[in-house]
Design a protein around this ligand. Structure first.
Ligand SMILES: [Fe+2]
Length: 187
């Protein structure tokens, strides 16, 4: 289950219904998905996509997504720090950012008119960040995430940086996994 922190109110949510309702007000969709059959976290991408084919197809229909793939990030991923440094500054995309987490953790900060909300995701969590939404992303202490991604058009998934430096005001604190402060991650 995700953990949502309303940074302005210093409040934390960790039950599904509260999270879904709260994130809706920030324009973010949140769902919990279950596979149609048991699939290991390290199963092949084909197996993973197959196990969640119904959910993926439903979401494709609803959101106009045309492709789905599986991204795999581990502490050993070559160029990991450079890759993470692309996404830990406030940015937005011309494309929805859709992630369903299979393994590991991730921390999204969403900067909406209502304020900044932190969403820590783990296995079973689906998050949809609509195009144009200002956000940034960090890994947690396990430096691991495996996730299904859905795209309308992969060319739209380029970060546009706001250069606001708002992200500098928020530590990438993951509550469900041990975390490393920004300085220790050496990004
Ligand atoms: Fe992004």
């Amino acid at each position: 289950m995700a953990v949502v922190t309303l940074t302005d109110k210093n409040d934390t949510l960790s039950d599904e219904e509260s999270i879904r309702t709260c994130l809706k007000t920030y324009g973010i969709d949140y769902e919990r998905w279950s596979p149609s059959y048991e699939v290991a976290a390290d199963a092949s991408p084909e197996d993973v996509l197959n196990a969640y084919a119904k959910e993926i197809d439903d979401l494709k229909t609803r959101g106009g997504y045309v492709t789905a793939d599986v991204i795999d990030v581990t502490p050993e991923t070559p160029g990991l720090n450079e890759m993470l440094a692309k996404f830990d500054r406030e940015h937005w995309h011309d494309e929805d950012e859709v992630r369903f987490v299979i393994a590991g953790h991730g921390l999204f900060h969403i900067h909406a008119d209502e304020g900044v909300v932190a969403i820590e995701v783990e296995a079973g969590d689906l998050i949809r960040v609509p195009k144009g939404t200002k956000h940034w992303f960090n890994l947690c202490g396990d430096r691991r995430i495996r996730a299904i991604r859905l795209f309308q058009d992969m060319s739209g998934w380029t970060p546009h940086y706001t250069e606001s430096e708002v992200d500098r005001n928020y530590q990438p604190v993951c509550l469900g996994a041990s975390y490393l402060p920004r300085s220790a991650v050496n990004l």
